[in-house]
Design a protein around this ligand. Structure first.
Ligand code: SAJ
Length: 418
């Protein structure tokens, strides 16, 4: 039996590789020729620990190949992006066009009994919508049914829930929510995932499965917003928020998360909007949490401006041009090298743009900055510690936790040095 994975990104490629590692024939499909060529050489185009070895052996043993247009298979997993629509709406709306394109590309290849699974994080109703797109694209074929008990093709939603940096382990160990359009669809999907999933495969309907994934990430966003709001309140009241949280967390039923420079990554800052845009009047807390977390980088930048003003007042012979600012950490969270959607990188970039003096960054996980960050210079920790006048702690990488920093002009968004 052949499994096809459409979309070979952070979720699709590891998933394809896991099936292939269990000796299933896997055809990976991606429109990105570079990604396809890289995978077919047995290499990977994304950063994820352990994945390179798994892909390498899957390709060399002949279980995994990558192509740019879909080929017939018995199960199709769609793991394409669901970004925001590029419109001016104050509430970002999900763009399902990649799911539509993928559905239309596989529709002519579907045969009776095939399984189509939507893995992409999606707003409620997207799986039903996908089934309609599949049916519409197959109207000229002899089996146009894709929904209902009589369907000839089985459709389900099985959202991924793996943590970047731990994808290989979590793909196997995490429980999966399997939301079939019918009980039979769910059963078929469970059989498929059981090939490599050791966690429990729990069956729900498709809408509940969609909402479960959005709920998990929204819950985390709301909890982080609570911590971020506390950090701003405590700053005003001259209380150390880290001490406060650790005290409150001694209560047996309290577990407050950690404040930071904002919420980054590709999921937590995105998925809550999928709920808010569907139910704007009802999703009050979820919407507010998004706004609180999105406002945190601006608050941090303001703190830096105040520190520059304080420094210049204490050093009247100097001008802003003479003030060096060091930013510690650029990744979107600790101990990874992923700079995408990173509040730390955005803050450092904005400071470099608005400040006339030097802005240096220490990021132990990368050796060069992306091309669009020309105003920022990478530096070693010791050099930054010695030369900078203002120090901005942004990401609590383990390398920084091992260091000490005491400085009047320290803004510590992660509370590791203050
Ligand atoms: N963050 C804080 N304070 C905290 C925890 C996190 O500020 O106490 C920040 C991080 O620095 C980062 C952002 O939140 O900027 C997100 O980091 P994360 O570790 O919470 O989550 P992600 O985006 O790496 O992965 C999440 C996970 N979801 C949950 O934990 C509910 C993962 O399981 C999902 O599979 C993933 O989103 C996804 O793909 O949806």
């Amino acid at each position: 039996n052949t499994i096809s994975v459409i979309g070979l990104g952070y979720i699709g490629l590891p998933t394809a590789a896991m099936f292939a590692s269990r000796k299933k024939k896997v055809i990976g499909v991606d429109v990105n020729q570079h990604a396809v060529d890289t995978i077919n050489r047995g290499e990977i185009h994304i950063v994820e620990p352990e994945l390179d070895l798994i892909v390498h052996s899957a390709v060399t043993e002949g279980y995994l190949k990558a192509v740019t247009s879909p080929e017939p298979a018995d199960a199709f997993l769609i793991a394409v992006p669901t970004p925001f629509k590029n419109n001016d709406s104050t509430i970002p709306e999900p763009d399902l066009s990649y799911i539509k394109k993928a559905s239309e590309a596989i529709a002519p290849l579907l045969k009776k009994g095939d399984l189509v699974i939507l893995e992409s994080t999606s707003p409620v109703g997207a799986t039903e919508q996908m089934a309609e797109w599949l049916a519409a694209a197959r109207l000229d074929l002899s089996f146009p049914q894709v929904a209902g008990e009589e369907a000839d093709v089985n459709v389900a939603h099985c959202p991924e829930r793996v943590l970047p940096g731990h994808v290989v382990r979590e793909l196997v160990e995490n429980d999966r929510v399997i939301g079939g359009m019918t009980a039979k669809c769910s059963m078929r999907a469970v059989e498929l995932y059981k090939i490599f999933v050791e966690g429990e495969c729990v069956v729900a309907n498709a809408r509940t499965a969609e909402m479960a994934k959005l709920t998990e990430n929204s819950c985390r966003d709301v909890q982080i917003a609570f911590a971020n709001e506390l950090s701003i309140i405590c700053d005003k009241l001259d209380i150390n928020v880290w001490e406060l949280i650790s005290l409150a967390n001694r209560h047996p039923r309290i577990n407050i998360l950690q404040p930071g420079p904002g919420v980054g990554g590709h999921c937590i800052a995105v998925d809550p909007w999928f709920i808010v845009s569907k139910t704007p009047d009802e999703a009050q807390i979820i919407h507010t949490a998004r706004k609180v977390n999105d406002a945190k980088p601006g608050w941090v930048i303001n703190k830096v401006k105040l520190a520059i003003a304080d420094f210049l007042q204490a050093n009247p012979t100097k001008t802003a041009k003479d003030v060096t600012i060091a930013c510690y950490g650029l990744a979107f969270k600790p101990d990874i090298d992923d700079l995408r959607e990173s509040p730390a990188l955005n803050i450092a970039k904005q400071i470099a743009e608005l400040h006339s003096g030097a802005v240096i960054a220490v990021e132990p996980n990368i050796s060069e900055l992306p091309g669009n960050v020309s105003a920022l210079k990478l530096s070693e920790f010791d050099v930054a510690k010695k030369t900078a006048d203002i120090h901005l702690m942004l990401v609590d990488h383990k390398e920084f936790k091992d260091q000490k920093m005491k400085n009047k002009y320290l803004i510590d968004t992660k509370g590791i040095w203050c």
